[in-house]
Design a binder for this molecule. Structure first.
Ligand SMILES: [Zn+2]
Length: 177
């Protein structure tokens, strides 16, 4: 990448430097949810058409975009800023937890918190930690997590054991579509 940029100074490198400088000065984390945007509150937090009763907790802004791309979720978001990790040295104090717990208190608290964290050791450790903290608050919000199982278009005999066993355990009623 570095060689390509240096070979194309005027056409690629210069515009890239200008864009990065602009981003450095104009884009900041939203003080409510942690999303990166030019305004604070961000476009999601200030959109009154979104369902204020749903709050989706994600690790990173990239995960937020992935969910947003499905166009099936219309609630609010909260970006933790990472997952708990011993190897990477990420502790509870490094996550955006205080502002999350603050959002779950008061009159406008959401009725459901969706923990949309990765099915990795770090993601699930973080999910358990966040759930414990929410439950310690004693609020009335329901805590849910993403469904897990077979990917669309997946062949059963190609799936790993963990995914297939979870799909069997979490099987659901066969609904007419
Ligand atoms: Zn926001």
């Amino acid at each position: 990448v570095a060689l390509y940029l240096l070979k194309n100074r005027e056409r690629v490198l210069k515009p890239l430097i200008l864009s990065l400088q602009e981003a450095q000065h104009c884009i900041f984390p939203c003080s409510l949810c942690g999303f990166l945007d030019e305004t604070d509150p961000c476009l999601f937090c200030k959109d009154e058409k979104r369902d204020q009763s749903l709050l989706c907790v994600v690790s990173d802004v990239a995960d937020l975009w992935a969910i947003e791309k499905t166009r099936r979720y219309q609630g609010l978001y909260h970006v933790l800023g990472g997952n708990l990790s011993l190897t990477e040295g990420i502790a509870p104090k490094d996550l955006r937890m205080a502002s999350l717990l603050k959002r779950l208190q008061g009159k406008e608290a959401p009725r459901e918190v969706i923990l949309a964290l990765s099915p990795t050791v770090e993601g699930q450790t973080t999910a358990h930690y966040v759930r414990q903290e929410i439950q310690a608050l004693g609020g009335s919000a329901e805590v849910s997590t993403l469904a897990q199982g077979i990917p669309l278009g997946g062949e059963l005999d190609y799936l790993d054991e963990g995914t297939l066993s979870l799909a069997v355990v979490k099987r659901k009623h066969f609904e007419a579509s």
